[in-house]
Design a protein around this ligand. Structure first.
Ligand SMILES: [Zn+2]
Length: 188
């Protein structure tokens, strides 16, 4: 697929979803067939191609600073990638309501070439994990979702997953330099 968007692919070995964004191309299998009907197409395979390069770990450190400043309340930010300049930056969300256990926010307004890459939120004193509310919030986007938990601990907890239109794929382990970035902050 040449343009941004999504399409369903019917293949001999199942139905696939293809997603194209400036920063990524994904092909994922949605399901197989109940019957051995002849499908007049070839086989597909799952694919992942990341075009944006490696995320600067400094942005994870900046988000950890935000999470500590908001502690014990939750906070959120987007890591945005600009498809024209290939630069990354952290954009705080506009918080409507937040407590130790929930966060309601407005999505940042992005300029034309900006795309959401990592949707970050913190869990205050609780561990990092994806709650049923997070699952519901993450169903529609194509992005990474990142949770920082135990935000003032010497070693905060982290959870990271790829979200692709309701497909959730844990990224485990979370990159070790992300832990180092946050830990260094704690010790300094
Ligand atoms: Zn959460």
């Amino acid at each position: 697929m040449e343009r941004q968007g999504e399409r369903l692919l019917v293949a001999q070995n199942g139905v696939y979803l293809e997603i194209v964004r400036p920063w990524v191309r994904l092909v994922r299998k949605l399901g197989g067939y109940d019957h051995k009907t002849s499908i007049p197409y070839g086989d597909m395979a799952e694919e992942t191609a990341l075009h944006c390069g490696r995320l600067p770990v400094e942005l994870i450190r900046q988000f950890a600073d935000m999470a500590m400043a908001a502690y014990p309340k939750e906070t959120g930010a987007w890591i945005v990638w600009n498809a024209a300049t290939h630069l990354f930056r952290l954009v705080p969300v506009t918080i409507r309501e937040h407590s130790e256990s929930h966060l309601r926010y407005d999505r940042p307004c992005l300029s034309t070439d900006d795309v959401l890459l990592v949707d970050c939120h913190s869990h205050g004193p609780s561990p990092a994990y994806f709650s049923p509310t997070d699952d519901e919030d993450d169903r529609y986007d194509v992005k990474f979702a990142f949770v920082l938990g135990n935000c003032v601990s010497p070693v905060p907890s982290m959870a990271l997953r790829l979200c692709a239109k309701g497909i959730f794929e844990p990224v485990e382990p979370v990159p070790s330099d992300w832990y180092r970035a946050v830990r260094r902050k704690e010790l300094s």
